[in-house]
Ligand binder design. Sequence first.
Ligand code: FES
Length: 101
Amino acid sequence: MGVVKLIDKEGKTHDLPALEGWRVMEILRDWGMFIPPRCGGSGECGMCHIKLSPEWKDKVPAPEEREAKMLPLLPMNDANSRLGCQILWNESLDGLTVALP
Ligand code: FES
């Protein structure tokens, strides 16, 4: 068990308890930080768009092909954009800090 740190749109940081094997999207969703995405985590809706804090960018596995194709299509995308449903949380990501775009 560890935490995902979510910086909300007002700049406040929330420490969200996280369990190994859960996707970052599921952790944020289950703590009520965004509405349940339409695609349920298949990487097709873009509703789980998050921004990694720069210090975490190289610690999270790189996007696979489907995610890499989706990211440029997202509004407000940048080099730190990711789909939360495509990041599987494990203890090496304890303290992962993300923001909502
Ligand atoms: S939940 Fe739809 S793209 Fe991630």
